[in-house]
Design a protein around this ligand. Structure first.
Ligand code: SF4
Length: 220
């Protein structure tokens, strides 16, 4: 790990994207909404994820309504998110487990627990990986977590903040070990913005990049 490079990335990107100063509101009052949204986001883009979530909520305003539906109906509702068969089954399994554990279709009780308990609980749910856990904790429960997606992975490795062979989960742990909680949300969003605007997977815009001075990819 190179924590100096992590802070270099965070500091330089904040100067141009300002999401630490003005953090976007990405959370939900009900953390279960955030969890289902993140399950829907796997292997698709934000537009298709949001369309599926909106349709699901319009058909089943309460999660108890969705839990009573047939899984085929849930599958039809979330079709725009892709992998609908798998995602519908996961959503139904998650709803069942949460009701069994908390006596309600809600994660508000879980959100009051200690961070490590929350992390372990969410990670044990079917189909829920490290990125989903970090998103729900950070956005919906305001807990310290640093979600690592393809943009964060790419930029961290290219600049030299993380070893080239690290997994996204390992990179997430690196960030969480050094980044103060108040910088996590804005820092995460800044890096994604930079990945979309400048540091593309193919043909990155290095000439116009504020990270170029210390980027291993460019200077190796
Ligand atoms: S210098 Fe190029 S490779 Fe390095 S972070 Fe910037 S755009 Fe990405």
């Amino acid at each position: 790990m190179n924590s100096n490079k992590i802070f270099f990335i965070l500091d330089e990107l904040e100067k141009i994207y300002h999401n630490e100063k003005r953090p976007p509101e990405l959370g939900h009052e009900e953390p279960l909404d955030g969890l289902v949204l993140t399950v829907l986001s796997q292997n698709t883009n934000d537009k298709n994820r949001d369309a599926a979530f909106t349709k699901l909520k319009s058909l089943y305003p309460k999660w108890s309504d969705a839990a009573r539906a047939d899984v085929k109906e849930i599958e039809a509702a979330v079709r725009t998110a892709g992998l609908a068969h798998t995602k519908a089954a996961r959503i139904m399994q998650i709803l069942e487990i949460i009701y069994k554990d908390f006596g309600e279709y809600s994660l508000k009780k879980l959100a009051k627990e200690k961070s490590e308990f929350i992390r372990g609980y969410l990670r044990a749910l079917p189909g829920v990986g490290a990125k989903t856990v970090a998103c729900v904790m950070l956005f919906d429960m305001k807990r310290p977590a640093f979600p690592v997606d393809t943009h964060v992975t790419r930029i961290s490795k290219r600049v030299g903040a993380a070893p080239l062979n690290d997994s996204p989960e390992k990179i997430s742990q690196l960030y969480e070990s050094v980044v103060p909680v108040e910088r996590c949300l804005g820092g995460h969003v800044n890096i994604i913005a930079h990945g979309r605007a400048v540091c593309h997977a193919i043909k990155p815009g290095c000439k116009n990049c504020v990270l170029s001075e210390q980027c291993d990819f460019l200077n190796s």
